[in-house]
Design a protein around this ligand. Structure first.
Ligand code: LAG
Ligand code: CA
Length: 467
């Protein structure tokens, strides 16, 4: 239940963090559709606070003012246009939904859509939510009303997360308002939702809200993935949420970073003994918009700031058979609060595309890097197969996926070996080089594998790939 992303079996979504709707629509049409992406996670589309101190940080979008679809990403009309244009090229939209809380205490004024609000009075007329719809102090065991004890589920779920006014989802009215927001998105053509701060809501309340959502217009239940940061460090476990859809597996970020530092560890990137959730429920990523800048669940991980390691980490993740994968697409930043590249009026800058396919105007576009974007076709092609012919020595790793694909990566950037690929005989196009290299598999399934690109030390090929 809730685990079908509704994209014809495709396997990879991309988070176009802080992109505006018109740019996302263009990207669906000019790149994502052709490359086989299943969909896009968009930044929260509903009305949010406008923060001026610091000036327009990215995180203002995690402080809702109403469920009107008017955000820094664009207007409702622009949102609808994006969803439709993406869907028309086979790319679905997944909404980052912030429903644990509304804006932080101390904030008031008017939101990104012009609706007034006052957090200290718990007044959000745009929904409307009033004081009685929020968790009151008697349900929260913390002395100052804020979350401060991750060992106590009542503290984690009924208190205020960093001062954000905490909604009481046990109430029928609150559930209904959230479900109406979801249903509005579903009417527009959205295929699913990330549930922000799911860890801070009771699984039973989330289920009650899900039960109020409609089927998609084309049939089937919406896709849900729950943001639960479980690093074996508190009372809340991802397993409480697996009956409700996919769950974010933050331990994978640590495991893959460790595996890239020391290839010998790559066999253990999925470590059930460490509590990591099963592949059918694990929502997997190398980094996300929080931990790449030291927010939520930060720590030892790899980001675009180390491009070579990052390419290896994402390429491996897409080649391997663990979980449902999301690729991060970032903007360059110096400070951890800094919002997207902006114009003089603080609107997000256009994403421009350079002649070589990379992005301009301060957008990183990791999803367009060859060892990332071109590996989407690999993951789609090998879906449902296991890992075979595993070889992992001398800081090299290689394996096949069933009889459908073969992947190899060498930390040094150089490898020259004859390996058993398990694939049918034939000449294959190497994906990462855009077919500039060819690989011949002989009648016994062996191939001469050469890696000679130090910056992108990865090769991959699939049955039925480009020729
Ligand atoms: C999340 N997952 O559970 C998001 O992935 C994460 O990005 C959100 O925090 C968080 N939950 C709440 O939706 C982000 C920033 C916070 C920011 C918060 C609200 O990481 O730093 O807090 O969004 O905008 C900010 C200030 C705090 C302040 C708070 C309330 O940084 O100092 O207390 O606003 O005004
Ligand atoms: Ca809560």
């Amino acid at each position: 239940a809730y685990t079908d992303p509704h994209c014809q079996g495709k396997q990879v979504i991309v988070h176009l963090f802080e992109w505006k709707w018109s740019d996302i629509a263009n990207e669906c049409e000019r790149y994502l559709g052709k490359k086989g992406f299943c969909g896009v996670q968009v930044s929260p589309p509903n009305e949010h606070v406008v923060v001026t101190q610091p000036m327009r940080p990215w995180w203002e979008r995690y402080q809702p003012v109403s469920y009107k679809l008017h955000s820094r990403g664009g207007t409702e009309a622009e949102f609808k246009d994006m969803v439709t244009r993406c869907k028309n090229v086979g790319v679905r939209v997944y909404v980052d939904s912030v429903v644990n809380h509304m804006a932080g205490l101390g904030r008031q004024g008017s939101g990104s859509g012009g609706t007034s609000f006052n957090s200290d009075n718990f007044d959000f007329p745009g929904v409307p939510f009033r004081r009685e719809h929020f968790n009151s102090r008697d349900k929260c065991p913390s002395h100052d009303g804020n979350i401060n004890n991750y060992g106590d589920p009542n503290n984690v779920r009924n208190c205020f997360l960093v001062g954000l006014t905490d909604l009481d989802q046990s109430q029928e009215y609150v559930r209904t308002k959230i479900a109406e927001f979801y249903n509005h998105c579903i009417d527009v053509g959205v295929a699913g939702f990330r549930i922000d701060a799911a860890k801070h809501m009771w699984p039973g309340d989330i289920k009650a809200i899900q039960d109020k959502t409609k089927d998609l217009p084309e049939g089937g239940r919406p896709f849900f993935y729950h943001e639960v940061i479980d690093q074996n460090d508190g009372a809340i476990k991802v397993g409480e949420y697996t009956p409700l859809g996919y769950v974010t597996e933050f331990r994978y970020c640590q495991k893959i970073a460790e595996g890239i530092r020391n290839f010998g560890m790559l066999h253990g990137v999925y470590d059930p003994g460490w509590g990591m959730t099963d592949s059918a429920h694990a929502f997997v990523f190398v980094d996300n918009h929080d931990n790449q800048r030291g927010h939520g669940g930060g720590g030892n991980l790899i980001t675009h700031k180390h491009p070579r390691d990052y390419k290896m980490a994402v390429a491996f993740t897409l080649a391997y058979n663990y979980g449902f994968t999301r690729v991060m697409s970032s903007y360059y930043f110096q400070s951890s609060d800094q919002g997207p590249p902006h114009n003089g009026d603080y609107s997000a800058k256009d994403v421009t595309i350079n002649a070589d396919g990379s992005c301009g105007n301060g957008w990183v576009c990791e999803h367009r890097w060859n060892p990332i974007g071109n590996m989407v076709a690999f993951r789609n092609a090998v879906a449902g197969t296991g890992v075979d012919n595993w070889r992992n020595e001398n800081e090299e790793v290689s394996f096949s996926r069933g009889q459908k694909g073969f992947f190899a990566m060498a930390k040094s950037g150089h490898m020259d070996r004859t390996l058993h690929t398990g694939l049918p005989a034939g000449e294959y196009c190497e994906l990462v080089s855009d077919c500039k290299k060819k690989i011949t598999v002989d009648g016994s399934g062996n191939a001469h594998i050469v890696i000679d690109n130090s910056a992108e030390p990865v090769i991959a090929f699939i049955v039925g790939g480009p020729t």
